[in-house]
Design a binder for this molecule. Structure first.
Ligand SMILES: Nc1ncnc2c1ncn2[C@@H]1O[C@H](COP(=O)(O)OP(=O)(O)OP(=O)(O)O)[C@@H](O)[C@H]1O
Length: 261
């Protein structure tokens, strides 16, 4: 069953500087559906409209044309049915890890006892047990992203939206966090959409990869990822993984040249 349905979505931004009006066609005629429990990853060159697409699914900006529905409901704004993790964790610096994870639950009016229990479950799941009373400023970048993941997972949303969640981390921490995300996601298999520039990250995490063309972003190619789960680090040295990496690179280059592969 489709959780997310995107139909013929286009987005044009209009900016005015004095009398000069500039139009940027960010996305053109994007149609895509994401199935229940699927991990869908969007890759594409910088500026092809990946973040714009995710922001529309989050309800922060509206399509210029076309429609986006979540379980049949049109998206009209942000809501607790979507949990979002950004490149920077955006934790509240004056709240502890536990209080940050509880934040979304507080907004939903969940009672204190259940908040505590759920926060403890997800803090444990992301490997932050023992750091409940630390403040964000006392955490490493990777730990902050773990906390951001716990906060998003804790509201148990219908869909997880991940906007380059490891883009600001060093290369080594990024690899660790990809394995961790695959493990954490595997516990509940929430429907997820992640955007990234990183082909290897896409292959490691996705059930399906959507390759976008250059701006205006269109769906250039959709690739099914056959690797079984749970996935381990040594998948990266699998010859099939290497082969698919090159195929995706070719698809990205074709997209960059303006041809749908
Ligand atoms: N609020 C806005 N106003 C005007 N133009 C915008 C706005 N947001 C995005 N754009 C333009 O839309 C295009 C797509 O931007 P978007 O951030 O979605 O790309 P992206 O694929 O996520 O890029 P990156 O990978 O570099 O983050 C860009 O040309 C950008 O300048």
């Amino acid at each position: 069953m489709s959780v997310l349905t995107i139909e013929h979505v286009s987005k044009t931004f209009t900016t005015k500087r004095g009398r000069v009006v500039q139009e940027t066609h960010a996305l053109a005629d994007v149609s895509l559906s994401v199935e229940e429990g699927e991990f869908c990853v969007i890759i594409g060159a910088s500026g092809c409209g990946k973040s714009t697409l995710l922001r529309m699914i989050d309800g922060l900006t509206a399509p210029s044309s076309g429609s986006i529905t979540l379980k049949g409901r049109p998206i009209t704004g942000p809501g607790p049915d979507r949990g979002v993790v950004f490149q920077h964790a955006h934790l509240l610096p004056w709240r502890t890890v536990r209080k940050n994870v509880e934040f979304g639950l507080e907004c939903l009016g969940v009672g204190q006892r259940e908040r505590r229990e759920r926060a403890a479950t997800y803090i444990d799941m992301v490997g932050l047990s023992g750091f409940e009373n630390h403040y964000p400023g006392q955490l490493s970048g990777g730990m902050q992203q773990r906390c951001g993941l716990a906060r998003a997972f804790a509201v148990e949303p219908e869909m997880l939206l991940l906007d380059e969640p490891f883009g600001a981390l060093d290369a080594q921490t990024k690899l660790v966090m990809q394995v961790e995300l695959e493990r954490i996601w595997g516990v509940r298999r929430s429907t997820a959409m992640l955007i990234t520039h990183d082909i290897e990250e896409a292959l490691f995490l996705a059930d399906r990869i959507v390759v976008m063309s250059n701006r205006p972003g269109r769906v250039a190619q959709i690739v099914d990822v056959p690797f079984s789960r749970p996935r381990r680090d040594d998948l990266r040295s699998d010859p099939e993984f290497a082969k698919m990496k090159f195929q995706l690179w070719d698809a990205l280059k074709a997209g960059a040249a303006g041809h749908a592969a």
